[in-house]
Design a protein around this ligand. Structure first.
Ligand code: XLS
Ligand code: NI
Ligand code: NI
Length: 436
């Protein structure tokens, strides 16, 4: 039985289409900048919002209508929901999905029972993957919802909770591996602290380093070749999240000798909450070879928490695609860590939300590819730094000079050459012109 009887497979109809159940910009097999749009974008649907989002908020209970859900926490309901999920992925033409262990299967009374539940649902996931060809972009372990993780998971003060977390990640890695997951994500849910009066920060970070090394060792042991990713996020839920932004993550990875094994999964609204633009976070990770994947969403500057909205703004998607085209994305993907508003409670709203954001990223890809091809921004950047292409610039960049020599140079000249305009406003206009 179909869960979405009124929807057939979503197809590309072009920019003039007014069919709300068609793509206007996303044409999966069309080649842009040397690759199909499908291969550039690697669109991914998340299980936690799309299949498990209820619409509840701190002020009110669930609003979502999900006729296929029987409202129980049974394994049978979870298996049935998994089949519905694949009907959704297929009709949307999304090539990938991502999940937390506890989204797909109910948590049991013991870890053994939880693992058994997970195995039962993973069996259905595997069958559905084989039937549909939809693949797993990444798996992860939810180590923030259960009260046992109140002090953190790998950074907890309770050594037995650390052991539990290790066991949970071990299982989540095994399932991700069995399902052919191309990455494995760590978002440090409660890895952080509220108050230094009761916290040994150094010890907690040392434990986090140990935890990740054990994950690397275990991946080798089971032959898991997927990319490990850390997802930076500030503020939520703890005041001082250890992985607050790309810079904090990379400093941590470098300190603990983990840079060879981890890249970053950059999320738009996490960048915003950290006081950065998404483009900044992407470029900061990319320039260090650490751009792994993105959680594609957006926030609301008037709200200020992680609202996980679907991104529909072409400026934003074009900015993102400019950086992704520069560094590449695979084996990562454009992962819609986004949810429909609680007022958008009908199943069909899940389609409208994903179609709109897929189109916005596809449009961003098209515009960014053209801008790169024309050198629309890059030729201005090269010109801006052209003084560094002189003998003096080359000498400094190669490390072949020193303070005394540079002092002598300037003393002889008396003053540095005059500056050129940065032309920011001109380039903002150029950007707009490409969006016409
Ligand atoms: C929370 C995070 C989370 C991760 C996966 O803010 O975005 O959803 O992506 O644990
Ligand atoms: Ni996320
Ligand atoms: Ni988030």
């Amino acid at each position: 039985m179909s869960a979405f009887p009124e929807v057939t497979k979503i197809r590309y109809e072009g920019p003039d289409s007014d069919n709300p159940l068609a793509f206007r910009w996303y044409n999966p097999d069309e080649v842009v900048a040397g690759k199909t749009m499908k291969d550039h974008l690697r669109f991914t649907v998340v299980y936690w919002h799309t299949m498990r989002g209820t619409g509840s908020d701190p002020f009110g209970s669930a609003t979502m209508l999900r006729p296929w859900d029987d409202g129980t926490d049974s394994v049978e309901n979870a298996c049935n929901r998994a089949r519905v999920a694949f009907e959704f992925f297929e009709k949307l033409d999304a090539p990938f999905y991502a999940f937390h262990d506890r989204d797909v299967a109910p948590e049991g009374k013991t870890l053994a029972e939880s693992n058994k539940n997970l195995d039962a649902v993973a069996k259905v996931l595997r069958e559905e993957q084989q039937r549909s060809g939809v693949k797993l972009l990444w798996g992860t372990a939810n180590m923030f919802s259960n009260p046992r993780f109140m002090h953190g998971a790998a950074t907890t003060c309770n050594v037995e909770v650390f052991a539990y977390a290790a066991a949970q990640v071990k299982k989540a890695m095994e399932v991700t591996h069995e399902l052919g997951g191309e990455n494995y994500v760590f978002w440090g849910g409660r890895e952080g602290y509220q108050c230094l009066y009761n916290t040994d920060m150094k010890r907690e970070l040392d434990h986090l380093g140990r935890f990740f090394h054990m994950a690397v060792d275990y991946a080798k042991q089971i032959g898991f070749k997927g990319q490990f990713l850390i997802e930076p996020k500030p503020k939520e839920p703890t005041k001082h999240q250890y992985d607050s932004d790309a810079a904090a993550c990379l400093n941590f990875l470098r300190t603990y000798g983990l840079t060879d094994y981890f890249k970053l999964n950059i999320e738009t609204n996490h960048a915003t909450l950290a006081g950065h633009e998404m483009m900044h976070e992407l470029e900061y990770a990319g320039m260090q070879g650490a751009l792994g994947s993105i959680d594609a969403n957006t926030g609301d500057l008037l709200l200020g928490w992680d609202t996980d909205q679907f991104a529909t703004n072409y400026y934003l998607t074009t900015q993102i695609m400019l950086v992704l085209l520069k560094y590449g994305l695979a084996p990562g993907g454009v992962n819609f860590d986004a949810k429909v508003r609680r007022e958008s409670f009908e199943p069909i709203d899940l389609f409208y939300a994903h179609i709109g954001s897929m189109d916005a990223f596809a449009k961003g890809l098209r515009v960014a590819a053209k801008m790169i091809e024309d050198g629309a921004l890059s030729k201005h950047v090269s010109k801006r730094y052209s003084s560094w292409d002189t003998d003096l610039g080359k000498k400094i960049e190669a490390g072949h000079t020193n303070f005394s020599e540079l002092e002598k140079f300037i003393m002889e000249k008396g003053e540095a050459a005059s500056n050129q305009s940065g032309r920011q406003e001109l380039l903002e206009n150029v950007f707009n012109r490409y969006l016409d």
